[in-house]
Design a binder for this molecule. Structure first.
Ligand code: SF4
Length: 571
C-alpha cells in the first residue's frame, strides 16, 4: 500500500479491499456499507436500511431472505448484470426476480414463463398518446392486452426476458416509468380519479400525487423498505379512491370555524390500512396543509424503515409497528424526526365527508365545468386488448380532453367530453364490445390476476368472476343497486376481498379422501369503504368454484327479499 496514507486510512483501505473481495465471493457489495475494519458508520442513502438490518441481527433476529438479497446487492447496482442475463434469455434466480421488481418487471413462472411489467401512473391519469403507446409496446414486446389494476395502474404481461429492457426503455420514451412498482417499495400513488372535474371535491389531488411520485422516485433511501407500502390521496369527490386500505391515506376535509386551527381545507392523516390483514387505516387526529404531505409522509416512512420487522415477511408491514407501539408513540417518533409538533383537530370540528357515488366510475356524469362530462367504461375484470386500447385512445383524443383516467375499480373514465359528443363516445365504446352502462354486479366486479398469471393463486379469479357475473345477470335480473364482488386469489389480497359487499378469497377445496383438491373460495360478506369502511365477515369456507355463482345468487336474493327498499344497501 502506498505510503501517502496514515495508519487509520491504511486500516480502512485494507478493510475496504477485503470487503470488495468478500462481496465478490458472495455476489455483491452493499453501497455505503463500511467493510470490516472500517472506522466509520455506514453512509449514503442505503445507510438507514443497513443500520436497521444490523440492529435486527444485533438483537438476535435472523434476516429474512429478501433482506439478505437487498444487502448482498442493491437491485439498482445490479441492473446491468440483470440486463445482461435477461438479454441472454435467462430466467432469473429467485433473488434476481426480487431485484427485477425494483425495475418494475416480475418473472411470473410457472404460470407464464415471461415477465409482467407493472407501471407507475400517478393519480392514474394518462394522456391518450401514452395509452396508445403502451398498447404498441405490448404488441412489440409482450402479449396483445393489458390489465387495469386495483391501484389505478396498468400491467402488461408475456414479456420475454430479452425484451424486458426494451419494454422499460419504451416506457421512458412515453414519459413513463415502472421503477419501484414491485418488491419492498412504495407502490403506484393513487388519487381521486375525478380530480379537477368533480363539483363535490374539496381539493385537486393531481399535484399532490405527482409531487409524491417524484419525491419517492428520486430518493434511493426510500426504496427497499421492510415491506411494500401504499399511499393514497382522496380529494373528497364522488368517486372513492379507497385510501382507507393504504398504509398512509390523506383525506381532504373541511375544518370548521371554532377549531384551534384556521378553518378551511386540510388533509387528514389516516394510517395503517392493509385490508388483507383485516385492518383499515385509522384517523390519527392530525391534519396537514396540503404542501406538508410529502415531508410528513417521508418522516412516517423513515420511522417505518428504522423499526419495521426485517425477519418475518408476514409481520413486516407498517401496521405491525403501529400495533406494537400504538399511534401515540409512532406519531411522537414522526414528530421527533420532523422537529416539530403536527396540528391536531377534534372530530367535531371537521365537516363529515360528502357521500361517494358507487356508480360514479361508470356511465355519464356532469363535470364541474359547464357542458363537459366524464364517462366511465366497464372493462371485464380490467382487461383490454391492445386494439381496444388504441381505439379508446382515439376516442379520448377526438371526443374528450385527451386523458384516460384509470380507477381503483379496474376500469377508466374519459374526461372533458362535451355534451354534444356524449352519444358518439357511448356508441364507439359499444362498437368495441365494451359498455358505459352501469350494471348491478358487473360495474363493481374486481378480480386479481389469479391462477392464469400468478403463482400464488389458489383459483382462477378473473375467469370465475366472469362466470359469476354471467350467472347473476341471468339468475337475479331484479338486482337494481350496485353490489361489489371482489375475488382475490390468495392472502395477499390484491383485489381487497374484505371490503367488497361479497368477497371471495381463493382456497383449495379437498374433494377426496386421497387429498385431491379443486379450485374454490372462502366467502366473506358485508365489507365496505369510503363513508362505510368495514372489514367483511367470513360466512362460508372452502366453497368449490363451480358452486360460487349459486352462492352469490343466494346472497343477492336474500338481500333483495329482506331489504326495506333500494336505498338500503347490501352492506
Ligand atoms: Fe397473485 Fe395473490 Fe395478488 Fe391474486 S391476490 S394477484 S393470487 S398475489
Amino acid at each position: 500500500m502506498a505510503d501517502d496514507f496514515n495508519a487509520e486510512q491504511k486500516r480502512y483501505l485494507e478493510g475496504f479491499a477485503s470487503g470488495i473481495a468478500a462481496a465478490r465471493m458472495t455476489g455483491g457489495l452493499a453501497l455505503g456499507h463500511a467493510p470490516a475494519g472500517a472506522p466509520s458508520e455506514p453512509t449514503g442513502p442505503d445507510a438507514i436500511h443497513i443500520k436497521a438490518q444490523d440492529r435486527t441481527v444485533k438483537n438476535g433476529g435472523k434476516l429474512c431472505d429478501q433482506e439478505k438479497w437487498k444487502r448482498a446487492e442493491n437491485p439498482f447496482d445490479g441492473h446491468n448484470r440483470l440486463i445482461a442475463e435477461a438479454t441472454a434469455g435467462k430466467a432469473p434466480k429467485p433473488e434476481d426476480n426480487f431485484r427485477w421488481r425494483y425495475h418494475g418487471l416480475f418473472w411470473v413462472a410457472p404460470t407464464q414463463t415471461s415477465y409482467m411489467c407493472r407501471l407507475r401512473i400517478p393519480n392514474g391519469i394518462l394522456q391518450h398518446w401514452q395509452f396508445a403507446g403502451i398498447a404498441d409496446l405490448a404488441d412489440k414486446h409482450g402479449g396483445p392486452y393489458s390489465h387495469v389494476t386495483t391501484r389505478a395502474n396498468l400491467q402488461v404481461r408475456e414479456i420475454a426476458p430479452e425484451h424486458g429492457q426494451a419494454f422499460l426503455d419504451g416506457l421512458v420514451d412515453l414519459g413513463l416509468t415502472a421503477r419501484g412498482s414491485g418488491a419492498d417499495n412504495i407502490r403506484n400513488v393513487t388519487g381521486s380519479p375525478t380530480a379537477g372535474i368533480d363539483a363535490q371535491e374539496l381539493l385537486d389531488t393531481r399535484p399532490l400525487a405527482k409531487s409524491w411520485h417524484n419525491w419517492i422516485l428520486n430518493d434511493r433511501s426510500l426504496y427497499g423498505l421492510p415491506r411494500k407500502f401504499n399511499v393514497a390521496f382522496d380529494g373528497g369527490g364522488v368517486m372513492p379512491v379507497l385510501e382507507e386500505t393504504n398504509d398512509i391515506g390523506f383525506q381532504a376535509v373541511e375544518v370548521l370555524e371554532g377549531a384551534a386551527i384556521p378553518a378551511g381545507i386540510w388533509m387528514r392523516l389516516v394510517l395503517g390500512g392493509i385490508s388483507g390483514h383485516k385492518d383499515l387505516a385509522r384517523d390519527t387526529g392530525i391534519v396537514l396543509k396540503p404542501e406538508e404531505c410529502n415531508q410528513v409522509a417521508d418522516a412516517i416512512l423513515r420511522v417505518f424503515i428504522e423499526n419495521g420487522d426485517r425477519t418475518n415477511r408476514n409481520k413486516a408491514r407498517m401496521k405491525y409497528v403501529l400495533d406494537a407501539w400504538g399511534f401515540d408513540k409512532y406519531l411522537a417518533a414522526v414528530e421527533e424526526k420532523l422537529g416539530r409538533k403536527l396540528e391536531r383537530v377534534a372530530p367535531e370540528h371537521v365537516a363529515p365527508r360528502k357521500p361517494t357515488d358507487r356508480f360514479s366510475h361508470v356511465g355519464v356524469h356532469k363535470q364541474v365545468q359547464d357542458g363537459l362530462n366524464w364517462i366511465g367504461v366497464v372493462l371485464p375484470v380490467g382487461k383490454m386488448t391492445t386494439d381496444e386500447m388504441r381505439e379508446l385512445a382515439k376516442i379520448s383524443a377526438e371526443c374528450g380532453d385527451g386523458q384516460i383516467r384509470l380507477t381503483v375499480w379496474q376500469n377508466f373514465i374519459f374526461s372533458g367530453v362535451p355534451d354534444a359528443k356524449v352519444a358518439e363516445v357511448e356508441a364507439r365504446v359499444e362498437a368495441l364490445g365494451l359498455t358505459t352502462k352501469a350494471a348491478g354486479i358487473r360495474s363493481g366486479l374486481v378480480a386479481c390476476t389469479g391462477a392464469r398469471g400468478c403463482k400464488f393463486a389458489a383459483s382462477d379469479t378473473k375467469g370465475h368472476a366472469m362466470v359469476i357475473a354471467d350467472h347473476v345477470e341471468r339468475a337475479v335480473p331484479s338486482l337494481d343497486v350496485p353490489v361489489n364482488v371482489h375475488l382475490t386469489g390468495c392472502h395477499h389480497s390484491c383485489a381487497q376481498h374484505y371490503i367488497g359487499d361479497i368477497g371471495l378469497i381463493g382456497a383449495k377445496v379437498v374433494v377426496s379422501e386421497e387429498g385431491d383438491t379443486v379450485e374454490g373460495y372462502d366467502i366473506v360478506v358485508g365489507g365496505g369503504f369510503a363513508e362505510n369502511p368495514k372489514i367483511g365477515t367470513e360466512i362460508w369456507k372452502a366453497v368449490k368454484a363451480e358452486d360460487a355463482p349459486t352462492r352469490v345468487e343466494a346472497l343477492l336474493n336474500a338481500y333483495l327479499a329482506r331489504r326495506l327498499g333500494p336505498e338500503e344497501s347490501f352492506q
